[in-house]
Write a protein that binds this ligand. Structure first.
Ligand code: C5P
Length: 400
């Protein structure tokens, strides 16, 4: 089982002798499913060449803040936004001091300031430098700002002395990084979810479908697992890998999704309906392929059951709906929240011209509940999913 599936990690390497261990760390992070971009300080390049990290990561290594070529490919602000987490390993005393003071005089220190992603440093230095009062004061300062400090370990040092200041071993660094993504927000909670589109058969070769990719739902399933929940995901036709530990039930049509929800419902506490369920399906499914004969053709459709509204009507589950809208986002979302008697609704604008919403890696959500709302600005779906799960956990706990 991979512990960092799909996580986008910036590995910062600073100039200490332990820099060579970052090459092994990079390999293990990739083994755990992470997509890693390496950023090196100038002094780190004196210890290990960027080419080593480029070969191991499969991506160019970033070293300069003012490199026009690199900025054109992925600018430093874009890189800062791209990251799900930043791990600086090894982190020298000098880098930690710069971080503590908010100095942004190279690419790595600038990224650390420009990113809202969790940031961890793994100090590695001579034990006297580590125990020096200024280093300790800097470490205290960065801990107070909720930065994470992994290690250092006690043991033999490159300088021939023994003490506290060694870089943590690679497996420990990987474990600690993975633990940044886990929390206990929804432990002992069972979540039933729907995701993806539904296909309503017209004949053996045609169907009515929609552009939902299922990515938002799958990202929520992953975030719910990381929050300690037990997750059953009822998925329409999508080509996405099942997140680890998620129980997946594949369905095609709205009717099949409806049936699957009904049979799984009693084993859940929270129902999250991210699926783009077809509102209508053909009254009759033709047994043979329909041949073109006349100039026009009409299809009679019947209304599908509203799965979410049905679940909410039982009053037994914390229900979260989604609303994809092309206009009047707020009015439509608040109307659906009340009409379907939901606990929460996440609304997104389905713009045809922007890389957001359906079939995109990105989304922006306005989340409404009975007496409040929160705007989650455009971000990758994985990041939005984590924020939404935090919000769901908070409201679910208040209700119970
Ligand atoms: O009313 P509308 O289809 O816009 O509502 C969207 C919400 O309702 C989504 O959460 C969707 O998963 C759910 N829904 C459903 N069954 C339907 C239609 C929508 O569960 N037949």
């Amino acid at each position: 089982m991979q512990t960092l599936p799909g996580k986008q990690i910036i590995l910062g390497v600073t100039g200490g002798i332990a820099a060579y261990k970052a090459a092994e760390l990079l390999r293990r992070l990739r083994d755990e499913g992470a997509d890693v971009r390496v950023v090196m300080t100038q002094s780190a390049t004196e210890f290990v060449t960027p080419l080593t990290f480029q070969a191991l990561s499969g991506h160019p290594v970033h070293t300069d803040l003012l490199d026009t070529e690199a900025e054109a490919a992925m600018g430093h602000i874009e890189l800062a936004r791209w990251a799900d987490a930043i791990l600086v390993a090894p982190a020298t005393a000098n880098f930690i001091a710069r971080l503590a003071q908010g100095i942004a005089n190279d690419l790595l220190s600038t990224l650390c300031l420009a990113s809202t992603a969790p940031l961890a440093v793994a100090p590695a230095m001579n034990h006297v430098m580590w125990s020096d009062s200024s280093t300790q004061a800097n470490i205290k300062l960065i801990r107070e700002r909720n930065l994470h400090v992994f290690g250092p370990a006690f043991g033999d040092q490159a300088c021939g002395e023994t003490g506290e200041g060694r870089l943590l071993e690679v497996p420990q660094l990987v474990d600690q990084l993975a633990s940044l993504f886990s929390n206990e927000l929804l432990s002992n909670t069972r979540i039933l979810m729907t995701a993806g589109p539904t296909y309503e058969a017209i004949d053996p070769v045609r169907f009515i479908g929609n552009h939902s990719s299922g990515r938002m739902g799958f990202a929520i399933a992953q975030a719910a697992i990381e929050a300690g929940a037990c997750v059953t995901l009822i998925a329409g036709p999508v080509s996405l890998a099942t997140p680890d530990k998620v129980t997946r039930i594949d369905v095609k049509s709205a009717a099949e999704m409806h049936q699957a929800v009904q049979s799984e419902l009693e084993n859940c506490d929270i129902f999250i309906s991210t699926a783009a369920v077809a509102d209508y399906s053909p009254v009759e499914v033709q047994a043979r392929k329909i041949k073109k004969s006349s100039d026009s053709f009409s299809l009679q459709l019947k209304r599908n059951p509203d799965i979410l509204a049905e679940v909410a009507a039982t009053g037994q589950y914390f229900t979260v709906g989604f609303a994809a809208e092309t206009e009047q986002l707020q009015d439509n979302a608040q109307h659906k929240l009340a009409a379907k008697k939901l606990d929460m609704i996440a609304a997104n604008q389905v713009a045809t011209d922007a890389d957001s919403g359906f079939n995109s890696e990105y989304n922006a959500l306005d989340v409404y509940w009975a007496d409040g709302y929160l705007q989650l600005e455009r971000a990758r779906k994985t990041e939005l999913a984590r924020k939404l799960i935090e919000l769901i956990a908070e409201h679910y706990k208040t209700r119970h």
